[in-house]
Design a protein around this ligand. Structure first.
Ligand code: PLP
Length: 414
């Protein structure tokens, strides 16, 4: 276990969380390198066919985190010029990068073509023409896939559900063949793959299987048109446990097995996977300090120094994340809302939550903060963003400095 209480004190690997909080300050994200590596290796081993893991770097885009995966052979799923820049800086090979997103600009398309990434995953026919035009200007051929919207309900939170007809993502399934035919007729396009991504935090393997079966059928139809698919990109989405009582994602072996079963008649195609949350979600905590207690009528509040600007998942999706003191001292429980300093009622990490009552000045750990934590942070209320720390065995390293006041106004012109 990379996050474990030893003698009632929380450790990340072999480092006492209290030591980091005292020396680096709070709020602070703390990651376990071992957890990241183990998750990657588990994912990798679960697939028996030729595959490429392209880490969805939106989940955690710190250079050190990306580099950890790059050293294990990972590629990257990127969604912006900035993410491509980061992936290159961290040492990911362009031939293992796929570019998703509904609104790639000409500048972004150009950057992707200059760097010769594996493929651009197109989300509309408009985008197909934009890529073709840019490739023509550069005298290149652009390798592309279409992101297909299979209209399968991923049974996850509506904000992270992407594979339904009503969502903005991808090309409608029924228009897929005709879109590929349009692509075939363009001089500066090389049809390379097909992609789908139905949603995130998937706790049931049936939707991913159903979507895969639909995409397999599409590949057959494309074959009839003499269109060959060299890469099948199944997106990301495999869920992790946030709440031990309610979350039961399928094992990565079951997940891999369902996908391999659906695509077994295309053994020569490269299988591309874009996991994000699975690789990093449970590999990080956010440590925050209790600032004050207060009681309004009969409601207890514990007010901490981290806010929704540091970690927005609970405010944005009502997401559950376990919160515990980093030092246990049995007894004296309290039921309370754990809230941050931001001037929004939604700025809360937990409501009606039972916890051992910490004193002001003590530290709490918000678990499962490795994915969509720092990457979704902001400077709202002119808060400086927190530091990030990576633990490796009995050592730790600051991998991103806490922002200071000058960082806050960088680029502003008075
Ligand atoms: C296209 C695409 N691929 C991969 C991912 C990663 O998803 P997850 O973190 O659930 O694995 C996302 C997440 O939104 C995505 O939009």
């Amino acid at each position: 276990m990379e996050f474990e209480y030893k003698n009632n004190e929380l450790y990340v690997e072999d480092v006492r969380v209290n030591d980091i909080a005292e020396s680096v300050g709070t709020p602070v994200y703390i990651y376990s390198k071992k957890h990241f590596m183990e998750q990657f290796n588990k994912f990798d081993k679960a697939f028996s066919r030729k595959h490429c893991i392209s880490f969805a770097i939106k989940a955690n885009s710190n250079l050190n985190v990306i580099k950890t995966f790059a050293e294990l052979g990972s590629g990257a799923d990127i969604v912006s010029k900035g993410e491509l820049f980061r992936a290159l800086k961290a040492g990911i090979e362009p031939s293992k990068m796929v570019f998703s997103g509904v609104a790639k600009t000409k500048d972004e398309i150009k950057y992707a073509l200059e760097n010769d990434i594996m493929m651009i995953n197109l989300e509309s026919v408009d985008e197909l023409y934009a890529v073709n035009d840019t490739a023509k200007e550069m005298n290149k051929k652009a390798r592309i896939a279409f992101r297909i919207n299979p209209d399968v309900d991923p049974k996850t939170h509506p904000y992270i559900s992407t594979g339904l007809k009503k969502n903005k993502f991808g090309i409608p399934y029924d228009e897929a063949v005709e879109s590929y035919i349009k692509a075939r007729n363009l001089d500066n396009i090389e049809i390379y793959g097909v992609q789908f991504h139905i949603g995130s935090q998937l706790l049931d393997s049936t939707p991913i299987y159903d979507a895969s079966v639909k995409i397999a059928q599409l590949i057959r139809e494309l074959k009839k048109e003499n269109i060959e698919i060299k890469a099948i990109d199944v997106g990301g989405g495999l869920g992790v446990v946030y709440n031990k009582e309610t979350d039961a994602p399928p094992s990565v072996e079951i997940y891999a097995n369902q996908i391999e079963k659906a695509f077994k008649e295309f053994p020569d195609a490269l299988l591309v996977c874009e996991p994000g949350r699975f690789l990093v979600g449970n590999g990080g905590i956010l440590v925050t300090q209790v600032v004050y207690h207060k009681t309004n009528i009969n409601k207890n509040f514990i007010i901490v120094d981290a806010g929704m600007n540091d970690l927005i998942r609970p405010s944005l999706y009502g997401a559950y994340q376990e919160i515990q003191p980093i030092k246990y001292k049995k007894g004296n429980k309290i039921v309370c809302d754990i809230v941050g300093p931001i001037c929004e009622t939604s700025d809360s990490f937990a409501r009606d939550y039972e916890i051992e009552n910490p004193k002001n000045g003590e530290y709490l750990a918000v678990f499962s903060s490795g994915a969509y934590g720092f990457t979704m942070s902001s400077n709202y209320n002119s808060k400086t963003r927190p530091a990030e720390v990576m633990v490796e065995k009995d050592r730790y390293k600051i991998i991103r400095q806490r922002e200071n006041l000058e960082d806050l106004i960088k680029g502003e012109i008075l």
